[in-house]
Design a protein around this ligand. Structure first.
Ligand code: 9D3
Length: 233
């Protein structure tokens, strides 16, 4: 699987893909991730990537020409219908559908090449969404300054679902259950059995598997009721 991130802040991604599972998946040849400077596709002496909005208003809008040139050079096509099979062009924007574990799974399964376009606060010329974008995606209902943090989140969530990217395949299956209508995780403890007056729950020290399972199920339900009552609906 290949990710190409198109951004006006390529330095934001320095180090972002050099840790943990993303690094391992790249080393194993399962994944390639590159961040590209949108300015490299901008024309003219000033390499201008943005301009003032028609109709007025604050701030600047990302111009269509450099983004079309970027997508054309990365996919070989200048319109959605002509992309090679398995190509997705994602616009990260607050107007997108919200990223879920199910959507991450769909991308991991169906996509071989994902181009991620990072928007900025002021916006992206709508003709990009109209002609180029296959998926407009948000990572949640809060305001970011741009799509860059969202691109890192998406690459992380999708990469862990690429077959072979995780140590064990079972953990990905368990996790997707835990966030798609299941419960939140139960609390975890390790040594020492007492730390600053806080004791590890007795049930976990007994070695009785049925009692441990019951304790974990109860605590998971308790935590879900407290932090994510929406998941119990
Ligand atoms: C004034 C209206 N705002 C839209 C709701 C403007 C606006 C806010 C933030 C326009 C762009 C942005 C920058 N954010 C992103 O590009 C972004 C984002 C986000 O802000 N939240 C969650 N997911 C994403 S993905 C890209």
């Amino acid at each position: 699987m290949r990710f190409d991130v198109v951004t006006i802040f390529p330095d934001f991604f320095r180090g972002a893909f050099e840790h943990g599972i993303i690094r391992r998946a790249q080393a194993a040849g399962l994944l390639e991730v590159r961040a590209h400077d949108l300015r490299g596709w901008a024309a003219g002496k000033h390499r201008q990537v943005d301009d003032r909005p028609f109709g007025g208003g604050d701030g600047m809008v990302l111009k269509p020409e450099p983004i079309f040139a970027a997508v054309e050079s990365l996919t070989g096509a200048g319109e959605r219908e002509a992309y090679p099979l398995g190509t997705r062009v994602v616009l990260l924007s607050p107007q997108g559908r919200v990223l879920t574990q199910a959507l991450a799974g769909e991308l991991a399964q169906a996509a071989a090449h994902v181009v991620l376009i990072c928007g900025r606060y002021e916006g992206v010329d709508e003709r990009v969404a109209e002609r180029l974008v296959t998926d407009e995606i948000s990572i949640g209902d809060y305001v970011l300054s741009g799509g860059e943090p969202a691109a890192v989140v998406l690459v992380d969530a999708v990469t862990r679902l690429i077959p072979g990217a995780l140590g064990s395949e079972t953990s990905a299956v368990n996790e997707s259950f835990a966030q798609e209508g299941g419960l939140l995780d139960y609390p975890h403890y390790t040594r020492p059995p007492e730390f600053r007056g806080m004791r590890v729950p007795e049930e976990l020290l007994t070695g009785h598997h049925a009692e441990i399972a019951r304790w974990r199920a109860e605590r998971a339900l308790e935590k879900t009721e407290r932090n994510r009552p929406d998941l119990l609906k």
